[in-house]
Structures are given as structure tokens and as C-alpha cells.
Ligand binder design. Structure first.
Ligand SMILES: [Zn+2]
Length: 452
């Protein structure tokens, strides 16, 4: 097994010999960068000038001291994104607008300079060398039409590696996408888990699948269902890697090594913390909490202690690949999408892990309502003809909460087949809660983290 290529890359970036890379010199570099970025935002950003008015940069003498600095939330970016800028607007060459997942609220805007984009291209170049080699051909199932979009930066990174990145965009017609893969002699894919699953589970008019020779797949999003990873490995007999990233991180955040046992982080560009979302304090090493990151090298719109809303933990044990880089376990879901149902807690990841193993299930959406005083879970499914309703009902019943709540008459489960193909979407998948929600949310989050 090869060591993650991020190891040598980070050694280069922090200016030490590969043999001399230690946790101490990574942390020394991170502290130095943190102080520099804090100084920059205090001087240049309208938002942080105010938010950090009482903070003296020289008082940050160790990484643990970061806990005295307040967080940045998505809401704050949404309210006034321009107040985060540390450069003039004419130095910005890419603006990414993210629509809010809620019904109200402003879209979130993120700004990147050319230099910021270069950092991402460099990460994609090195990170992708985990799974492809010169001469390989990768189909990119991510938005990539516009210069500076995620697909565009990925293709640029791949070309530095001598790999052909072929733009495709989101899958709207799986049969057509598979045809393109054959024509283009593609041997690797990068895409969103449910979109890639729709290719593996595609059946033609005669009910046959399309045979493909793939060596590797990279699934990229916040949460990767393990059930989808297993299905893709079996269908295509290939290696399935996960990437953890979001636009706020500059698209790229962390990628698995050949051990497939957790993400290695972009430690020279991003400083990650795991915090207790209720107390706001860092959790003990190895415990689950909310992922928070600070950008160390971005110039256009640096973010200080940005709360991602994702749940994950660091893995304290060393990685089998032999690096000294940190390892983060796969994200287990979104903090704000934990629903209280019949006295228990239900998450989208519970549903994902139960439903995606069902043969023929392409995707689903879930909502909670309370029409007659009893909670009702409605699951709308897209199927390819192989699946049957009994299998879906049985799969849902493997979730202990659903099993006991339906038995006790505290929950109704309603399954409907959705017509047409799966809509192409890169949006975060959540359980839509149509019941009245109030202050209970905070308690739910607290209860879930304490229980996990
Ligand atoms: Zn590793």
C-alpha cells in the first residue's frame, strides 16, 4: 500500500524534508499561518475587524488557544458575504452562489481569487494521484462548465498529473452517460454517490447492465453512504474512494488514501477542529462532534473557525498507510438533520444505510409529517424495475427505531413510487420535516451527540 501522496506534498508546502515531517513541525507551521491569517482578517475584513476587535493575535501562542476565538457561521456569511472579503472585488475571479436548503434565507456567496483557485487545483492534482496514474481517463460528473467551477478545477489538476479529465456534469440520463463512458474509454469516475449509483444500477430495455472496466471511483460530497460504496465495489469490482469537501473549503478538504480507512486532511491549507456543538468546546481526541475549519492560506475570503454542521471524529490511531498526517473518520451526517420521531432520533444516514442495499433502488426522498397526531414518515422511491415494495418495507424495518415505533403504533410509514427518472441534483439530501419545529432542535442535537 502506498502512503497518501498528501504526506510528501504537505512536507513540501511547509518547507521540510519528507523524512523530517513530524506532527510538531506541521503544528508549528499551522500556528504561524493561523497568526498570519488572523492578522490579515483583522486588518482587511469588515466582519472580522468587528468580531475579533478584542483579540490580540500575539496572544495565540498554541493551537489550543484558538478555542478563545468565536466561530463563523453559515448565517453570518449569508447575511453579508462582502464583509468577509480581504481583497478588492476586482481581484475576485470566481463567485460561487449556494442556494439555502431552507425555504427562506439569502443564498450564500463565496469568493475566490486566482491564487485561491490555484491552491485547490494543486490539491486536486496531488489528491487524485491516490487513485489514477498518467494515461488514465476520468469522467467528471460534477458541475464543470464555468471556469473556476469544481469540475473545471479538477480537470486542471488532473491534466497536471497527465490524466485526461472529461467534463460531463450531473447525470441526467444514465444510459447516455454510460454510452459516453464506453465511447471515451473512461476508466475512472468522480461523482456524487447517488448519481454514480444510478449508473451502476442502470438496466437497458432488456434488463441488462452495461459492462464497464473501471479501476477507481471517487465519491465526493459531505456524506458518503457506506451502502453505496459497497454496491459500487461489487458492481464494478473497483476501488471506491471518498473525498470530503465543500465550497467553503475551496471545494477540496480531505481525501482517503489507499487504506480506505478515513480521510487525510489538507493540513497545510486548512486547520480542522472537532467541537461539541452545544458547548462549543473542542471534544477529547477521537470523540465525535461538529467539524470546524479555518483556512490557513486563502487570501480572498478567509474563514475563521467555520462551523460546517457535519458530524465526524478524528481517528487517533495511525493510518495503515504509514503517514503521520491526521485522519478523520467518514462524516456521519448533518447536525441539523436529526429528527425526533416517536421518542427516538432518526437521521438521513440511518435511512441511507438501510435503503441503498435494496437491489434496484436508485434514490429516495424522505419527509416527516404529523397529519392525525401520529408521526408519519413518507419515503418516495425511484426504482429501476428490480426492486419491490416488500424489500423496501423490510429494509426500513431494520432500523430499530422504525421497527419499534411502528409496532407500538407511534409511527406510520408510507412508501410511494416516484415516477420518471431521478432528478439530477447535487443538493444535500435531508429528511424534510413538515411538522412544527421549535426550540426542541437544540435539545435533539445535544442528545444525539451525547448518545453517539
Ligand atoms: Zn492513510
Amino acid at each position: 500500500m502506498e502512503m497518501t501522496p498528501l504526506n510528501n506534498w504537505i512536507a513540501r508546502k511547509i518547507g521540510v524534508n519528507v523524512s523530517g515531517l513530524t506532527r510538531e513541525n506541521i503544528e508549528k507551521y499551522q500556528l504561524q499561518k493561523l497568526r498570519a491569517i488572523l492578522e490579515l482578517v483583522k486588518n482587511k475584513s469588515v466582519f472580522y475587524r468587528k468580531a475579533l476587535a478584542d483579540f490580540k493575535t500575539e496572544s495565540l501562542t498554541c493551537l489550543a488557544g484558538l478555542k478563545y476565538i468565536s466561530y463563523t457561521t453559515a448565517e453570518e456569511i449569508r447575511n453579508n458575504p462582502l464583509h468577509f472579503l480581504c481583497v478588492s472585488q476586482d481581484q475576485i475571479c470566481r463567485v460561487v452562489t449556494l442556494q439555502s436548503s431552507g425555504t427562506t434565507g439569502e443564498p450564500k456567496r463565496l469568493y475566490f481569487t486566482k491564487e485561491d483557485q490555484e491552491l485547490t487545483i494543486d490539491f486536486f492534482h496531488i489528491g487524485m494521484s491516490t487513485l489514477v496514474v498518467p494515461g488514465d481517463r476520468v469522467l467528471i460528473l460534477l458541475p464543470g462548465k464555468l471556469p473556476g467551477s469544481v469540475g473545471d478545477l479538477l480537470a486542471k489538476g488532473l491534466s497536471r498529473l497527465g490524466v485526461k479529465g472529461i467534463h460531463h456534469g450531473l447525470v441526467t440520463d444514465p444510459g447516455r452517460t454510460l454510452q459516453i463512458m464506453l465511447e471515451q474509454e473512461v476508466n475512472a469516475l468522480v461523482g456524487i454517490p447517488t448519481q454514480v449509483l444510478s449508473l451502476a444500477r442502470y438496466r437497458d430495455e432488456d434488463g441488462n447492465n452495461i459492462p464497464l472496466k473501471l479501476k477507481s471511483v471517487l465519491l465526493s460530497t459531505d456524506y458518503v453512504p457506506q451502502a453505496i460504496t459497497r454496491e459500487l465495489q461489487q458492481s464494478w469490482d473497483c476501488r471506491v474512494y471518498s473525498h470530503y469537501g465543500m465550497t467553503e473549503m475551496g471545494f477540496g478538504g480531505a481525501v482517503e488514501c489507499q487504506a480506505l480507512a478515513g480521510y487525510h486532511l489538507r493540513e497545510a491549507d486548512l486547520y480542522f477542529e472537532i467541537i461539541n456543538p452545544v458547548t462549543g468546546l473542542p471534544v477529547p481526541e477521537g470523540e465525535e462532534g461538529e467539524v470546524v475549519f479555518t483556512t490557513l492560506t486563502r487570501q480572498g475570503m478567509p474563514l475563521i473557525r467555520y462551523r460546517t454542521g457535519d458530524r465526524a471524529r478524528f481517528i487517533p490511531e495511525p493510518c495503515p498507510c504509514g503517514t503521520i498526517l491526521k485522519r478523520m473518520a467518514p462524516v456521519t451526517g448533518r447536525l441539523n438533520n436529526v429528527c425526533q420521531v416517536a421518542g427516538g432520533l432518526l437521521t438521513m444516514s440511518d435511512l441511507d444505510e438501510a435503503l441503498f442495499p435494496v437491489a434496484g433502488l436508485l434514490n429516495f426522498q424522505a419527509s416527516l409529517s404529523c397529519p392525525e397526531g401520529i408521526d408519519r414518515l413518507t419515503v418516495g422511491v425511484w426504482l429501476n424495475g428490480e426492486a419491490n415494495m416488500t424489500a423496501i418495507r423490510k429494509a426500513l424495518d431494520t432500523i430499530p427505531l422504525i421497527h419499534s415505533a411502528t409496532k407500538q403504533g407511534n409511527l406510520e410509514v408510507n412508501i410511494t413510487i416516484l415516477p420518471g427518472g431521478v432528478p439530477a441534483s447535487g443538493a444535500k439530501r435531508i429528511i424534510t420535516d413538515l411538522r412544527e419545529r421549535g426550540e426542541i432542535n437544540e435539545k435533539i442535537v445535544s442528545g444525539h451527540v451525547a448518545a453517539s
